[in-house]
Structure formats: structure tokens, C-alpha cells
Design a protein around this ligand. Structure first.
Ligand code: ATP
Ligand code: MG
Length: 411
């Protein structure tokens, strides 16, 4: 039988890749906690309606990318393509809409049926934040500042730029939508088939198109600025003032609309040019209508999600492999003494290993191969004298250490 292959667009995380991945999650979790966010873990599978309803029926995710299936009980289930809808479903389902604000951090796998390429996979992973409850622009600014702090803590902030936009309130968007329809209708036949469909249903989405021809047209499309209501303009101005105060640098980009339909007011992306065309590492914005879509009361909210794979690729250096101590019994009779030493070291929180067979030379080779920092060599005479030979595998020097002092020696 031919060896089974991993599913197209999925990857195994092993060794350095796993350490990079874990470092991104650990760092984000630590920074999010400092900013007052608590971690939620929601299911990877949700009823299909959770996404079909919330992401909007013109989003790429819903129209082309979802992994959906009918389960054995006849329920339509979807592997989550993003985290926000599930968090809002959980907020409503757990009766938390009366306990606001909720400040949520999450991390985990997401699934989208996309054409796999560097930085784009079918199973990928995200970290994300949701701040549910506040409608003030200071909430948007704090959520963005936390994202910026994560990028700084990862050492990737020099390689990324925050691009900021506003989608205004509903009256602003309605007026802007009419202007976009006017503009794109004049060029309808130059639009991609996808964008022709968007023109009728949600013309803002054309601004997010990746099609080359569409992008040329988008370049001269109207921007939202002139269509903002006074209060939407004030919201955007306040957000910018807060970002200045929080020392978060940004540049305005009127083309940022975000891929999903549920955004209003704030829309932003952290982009890099260090990853080729998969340049967006973090994206988010304000989604005041989503909780209501999930059957809850009208509830303002703002958040972001970031691709862990893209952040992991940007890390300036890979986290170091863990180093431990190799315990090497010389001859079978010393093995039980070896086990005692092994457990004593582990009991003190030290990483320690003992290989199962081989002479001193072979076991020393293995200790070097696994990157051990030291070897504890236990011969019969040494054990009888209550000592061990400790070999520093970096310097090569060997010292005698009393068995009772081994833990202290390494701590
Ligand atoms: P893109 O424009 O690259 O398709 P998106 O707008 O679809 O991104 P979001 O839904 O905003 O992405 O997801 C937030 C982040 O998750 C993205 O900025 C990116 O870093 C990451 N991401 C999205 N889709 C994938 C994927 N298929 N593989 C790897 N990372 C992804
Ligand atoms: Mg996408």
C-alpha cells in the first residue's frame, strides 16, 4: 500500500517549526493577559449556521472556503474558518451578554478550503482577541495596542505596518455603497466575475478583491472619507488620537475593508512585505452587529485575528531547542542507580533522559545528538564511592560530583 499523505494544505509542526508556533502562542497569551483578556476555548466544529449567518453571504469564506459536512445525525457542521463567530455564539449561549465587557483571547486551528501556498494553508492557526461590550473608540485603540504589543514582544514589529481605515456607520456606508455602485457600474465589464456578483450584493467587498484587473479599478475608486457622517468622522478621529497617545504608529489606507461582512467603523490590518503576497499578519475591526446576528441583544464589539504561521515565519530567530541532562549508566549493574539519579533530577524540574541501551561511547554520542548540556556518567566504582562523573558537553570538561549534590550542581 502506498504511504498515506497529509491532506493537501495541512502541515505537521515538528521541531523548530513547532517551537516557533508555540512561541507565538505563548507570547500572545502572556501579552493578552497583561491587557486583561481571558482565554476562551470554543469548539472547532460549530453548526454551519454560525458562520453562514455571521460572515455574510458574499464573503469568500462562506461562498468558497468552508469545510462543511452533514454528520451522522443529519446536522450541518462546519470546521471553523475563523474564531469570532464562535466566540459570539458562546457569549450568547452561555448567557454572558448581561456580563459585559467580556475580554476574550483565543488560539487554535482554523480551516479554509483555499489554494495552498506559502503562508496560506487549509488548516492554519490563529491567535485572536475580542473585546465585547464597549462602543467607545478607546476600546478599538486598546485592542489594536494589544496587537501591536504582541508584535513588539515577538520582535516582528519593525517588519510590520498598521494600516487603518474606517467603514463608518450604517448611513456612511449606505452613501458610500451608492457611490461605489455608480463607479463600478461604469466599468462592470472590466470586473472579474466574482466582483460583478459583489457589485450587486456588496460592492465594498470589491475593494478587498485579489484579482489584478479588479485592483486596477479599485485604485481610482471613490474613498469613504467624503461619505462619513459627522459622528462616524469623530469616531475615527478619536481612535487616531487614542492610538497616538498609546504610541501605536499607523498609516491610513482607505482600501482596507476586511474579508468578512460584519465590520463597521474601525478596520485595520498589520501588513508586512517580508512574506511575499501573503502580507497580512493580523487583521481586525469593529463588528457591532454580530452578537445580535447570533440571537443576542445588540452588542458592540471589536477584535482581531492573526495568522500564527505567518508570524512564526517572521520571527527574527527560532526559539532554542530545549537542552537537558543525559544520565549514562556504565554497565547493567548501574542502571538502577541511573534511574534514581534520573528521577531526582526530574523531580527538581530539570530535563533529564537516559537512553535504554549502548556502551558509554554510543550513549555519549546520543547525548550530543539530542543537544544535552551535560552527561552524568555512573560507573560501578564511582557509585560505590557515592560520586558521579559529570561531563560538560559544551566545554568537554569532566568533574566529580557527589551523588547527593547532583541536583544542586545543576540547579
Ligand atoms: P487573506 O487576505 O490573506 O486571505 P483574510 O482577510 O482572509 O486574509 P482573516 O480572515 O482576516 O484573513 O484572518 C486573519 C489572519 O489569519 C490573516 O491576516 C492571516 O494572517 C491569517 N490567515 C487567513 N487565512 C489564512 C490561511 N489560509 N493560511 C494561513 N493564514 C491565514
Ligand atoms: Mg482569505
Amino acid at each position: 500500500m502506498a504511504a498515506p499523505q497529509a491532506v493537501r494544505g495541512t502541515r505537521d509542526l515538528i521541531g523548530e517549526e513547532q517551537r516557533r508556533h508555540q512561541h507565538v502562542v505563548d507570547t500572545a497569551r502572556r501579552i493578552a493577559a497583561i491587557y486583561g483578556f481571558d482565554e476562551w476555548v470554543t469548539p472547532i466544529i460549530e453548526p454551519t449556521a454560525v458562520f453562514a449567518r455571521s460572515l455574510g453571504d458574499t464573503s469568500d469564506v462562506v461562498t468558497k472556503e468552508m469545510y462543511s459536512f452533514e454528520d451522522r445525525g443529519g446536522e450541518w457542521i462546519t470546521l471553523r474558518p475563523e474564531g469570532t463567530a464562535g466566540v459570539c455564539r458562546a457569549l450568547v449561549g452561555n448567557g454572558l451578554t448581561q456580563s459585559l465587557p467580556q475580554k476574550v483571547f483565543y488560539a487554535g486551528p482554523m480551516f479554509r478550503y483555499e489554494r495552498p501556498q506559502k503562508g496560506r494553508y487549509r488548516q492554519f492557526h490563529q491567535i485572536g482577541l475580542e473585546l465585547i461590550g464597549p462602543s467607545e473608540p478607546l476600546a478599538d485603540a486598546e485592542v489594536i495596542a494589544c496587537g501591536w504589543a504582541v508584535l513588539q514582544a515577538l520582535g516582528v514589529s519593525d517588519a510590520t505596518v498598521l494600516e487603518l481605515n474606517t467603514l463608518g456607520d450604517k448611513p456612511s456606508r449606505d452613501a458610500y455603497r451608492a457611490a461605489l455602485i455608480g463607479y463600478f457600474s461604469e466599468h462592470r465589464e472590466q470586473l472579474s466575475p466574482d466582483s460583478q456578483a459583489r457589485l450587486d450584493r456588496n460592492p465594498l467587498r470589491i475593494l478587498d478583491s485579489k484579482d489584478e484587473g479588479d485592483r486596477r479599478l479599485v485604485g481610482s475608486a471613490p474613498t469613504i472619507g467624503p461619505y462619513l457622517t459627522e459622528s462616524a468622522a469623530i469616531f475615527y478621529r478619536d481612535l487616531q488620537a487614542h492610538l497616538h497617545r498609546l504610541a501605536v504608529p499607523f498609516r491610513e489606507n482607505p482600501r482596507i475593508v476586511r474579508g468578512l461582512d460584519y465590520y463597521g467603523h474601525t478596520a485595520f490590518e498589520f501588513v508586512t512585505n517580508a512574506l511575499g503576497s501573503q502580507g497580512t499578519v493580523m487583521g481586525g475591526g469593529r463588528y457591532d452587529g454580530l452578537v445580535e446576528e447570533m440571537g443576542g441583544p445588540s452588542t458592540p464589539a471589536v477584535g482581531w485575528a492573526a495568522g500564527i504561521e505567518r508570524l512564526a515565519m517572521l520571527l527574527p530567530q527560532a526559539p532554542a531547542a530545549p537542552v537537558g541532562i543525559a544520565v549514562i549508566p556504565v554497565g547493567e549493574s548501574t542502571e538502577s542507580a541511573g534511574l534514581e539519579v534520573l528521577q531526582a533530577l526530574r523531580g527538581a524540574g530539570l530535563r533529564a533522559e537516559m537512553s535504554y541501551r549502548g556502551n558509554l561511547k554510543r550513549r555519549l554520542e546520543r547525548a550530543n545528538r539530542i543537544g544535552a548540556r551535560a552527561a552524568v556518567i555512573l560507573g560501578e566504582t564511582e557509585i560505590a564511592a557515592g560520586i558521579a562523573n559529570v561531563k560538560d558537553l559544551t566545554s568537554g570538561t569532566q568533574t566529580e560530583v557527589p551523588l547527593s549534590g547532583l541536583v544542586a550542581h545543576f540547579s
